[in-house]
Ligand binder design. Structure first.
Ligand SMILES: Cc1ncc(COP(=O)(O)O)c(C=O)c1O
Length: 424
């Protein structure tokens, strides 16, 4: 019987043998030694598992990959240097010039820039859709060169909850790979593979590490997507010249992960460092406990803000009347994590005054670690976006994003109260 998620948090990804260290050692080495030429040749040919160069695989990174893959219930994980690296590698494993991807417009600003500005320069088009649009409208964007359907479980910073059933059905109908950025939910609150996703990506810099200590990303291959003879994915069905004619669709397992690592990680080199993998592996030990506290704290803070006369609106799916409450009850029944967004009555100046008056909660670009922090996306993470793009991404100019930490809820609320008093 598979272990429960709480158990995987502390035991997953690494099982020491006799006299081996209880937690994974930091294997701080670029390379690994072999006595027999054939043993190394077998590794290069993917005939054997093992380590020869840290750009492709490393034992400490493997421990973290194993833990996150087990938590998500996937077939294989790939540790990346950042969340953005994970998303970029995902696109490049599937697409070449002339292809297109479909993406929700309610996504993290950095991902939006990659999709809207950088990918088109390489000949890959992104077709954005409103995640709340009916399926028929989204389906109209699909053609024979569509390679990816991309969404976020909890959209950052719009806090929209994903309707998994709708997107899984579209993906299945057209044979398109369905990828979900699960950063803000984590596998503790939602496991996208159980709801029809084919691939999960993470910025592990957020809740997985949980301590603002290690930048990182993770790709988890669900291992069930059918590439074999799927006309959309010729690059999986044709021999890879750079790998002695290997046909990825013929592999018995984790076809996406093998192609991603063997081709794209080899060529792009966006690998997670062993040190960051160690910190992130360790951070995950407490993930289940932290997500419980983040969620209950955010619920208390959302209720407080929603009743405050100086607050215009609050987005958190725990609130009565929130548009995404029913979806949250279905897909995130144990809590919605620590992220919420709200608008202060007035304009951008009132928001700045409020944020500068906070004493405990700090202003940061970061979100989703143990300490509470705030950000004004329109002037920071989303500042490259035009007014129209901001509206499309669901980010009003007066939006303040609050990442609720695991401090005592009374102290968080007292800090908010004090800062709100400063607004006249
Ligand atoms: C939902 C989401 N995905 C991806 C990223 C990018 O991750 P990273 O900063 O590790 O590159 C972020 C960063 O904030 C994010 O919030």
């Amino acid at each position: 019987m598979p272990y429960k998620k709480d158990t995987i948090c502390v035991q997953g990804g690494y099982r020491p043998g006799t006299e081996e260290s209880r937690i994974p050692p930091i294997c701080q080495s670029t390379t690994f030694v072999y006595e027999k030429t054939q043993d190394m040749a077998d590794l290069f040919d993917l005939k054997a598992d093992g380590y020869f160069y840290t750009r492709l695989a490393n034992p400490t990174v493997a421990a973290f990959e194993g833990k996150v893959a087990a938590l998500e219930g996937g077939a294989a994980g790939i540790g990346c240097s950042s969340g953005m690296a994970a998303i970029t590698l995902t696109v490049f494993t599937l697409c070449e010039a002339g292809d297109n991807i479909l993406s929700s417009s309610a996504i993290y600003g950095g991902t939006f820039n990659l999709f809207a500005v950088t990918l088109p320069k390489l000949g890959i088009e992104t077709r954005f859709f409103d995640p709340d649009a009916p399926a028929e409208e989204i389906e109209k964007l699909i053609d024979g060169r569509t390679k990816l359907l991309f969404t976020e479980t909890i959209a950052n910073p719009a806090i929209k909850i994903l309707d998994f059933d709708k997107f899984a059905e579209i993906a299945r109908k057209y044979g398109i790979l369905f990828a979900v950025d699960n950063t803000l939910a984590t596998p503790i609150l939602c496991r996208p593979f159980e709801w029809g996703a084919d691939l999960v990506v993470h910025s592990s810099s957020k809740y997985l590490d949980g301590h603002a200590a290690a930048l990182g990303g993770m790709i988890v291959d669900g291992g069930k997507f059918s590439f074999k003879d799927n006309p959309r994915y010729l690059s999986f069905n044709r021999p890879d010249e750079s790998y002695h004619g290997l046909v990825y669709a013929d592999l018995p397992a984790a076809q996406f992960a093998v192609k991603c690592r063997a081709q794209m990680m080899r060529d792009m080199g966006a690998m997670m460092s062993p040190q960051n993998a160690f910190l992130s592996w360790l951070g995950c030990d407490t993930l289940a406990l932290r997500m419980e506290r983040h969620s209950s704290n955010a619920e208390a803070v959302a209720a407080y803000l929603a009743s405050h006369p100086k607050i215009d609106w609050v987005w958190h799916a725990s609130l009565p009347g929130n548009k995404y409450r029913a979806l949250a009850e279905k897909y995130l029944p144990d809590g919605q994590g620590g992220m919420l967004s709200f608008g202060i009555k007035g304009d951008v100046r009132q928001a700045a005054k409020f944020m500068e008056a906070l004493r405990l909660i700090t202003q940061e670009t970061h979100v989703a670690d143990a300490r509470s922090c705030v950000l004004h996306p329109a002037s920071t993470t989303h500042r490259q976006l035009t007014k129209e793009e901001l509206a499309q991404a669901g980010v009003p100019e007066n939006l303040v994003r609050l990442s609720v930490g695991i401090e005592h809820p009374d102290d968080i609320i007292a800090d908010l109260e004090g800062a709100l008093e400063h607004i006249r």
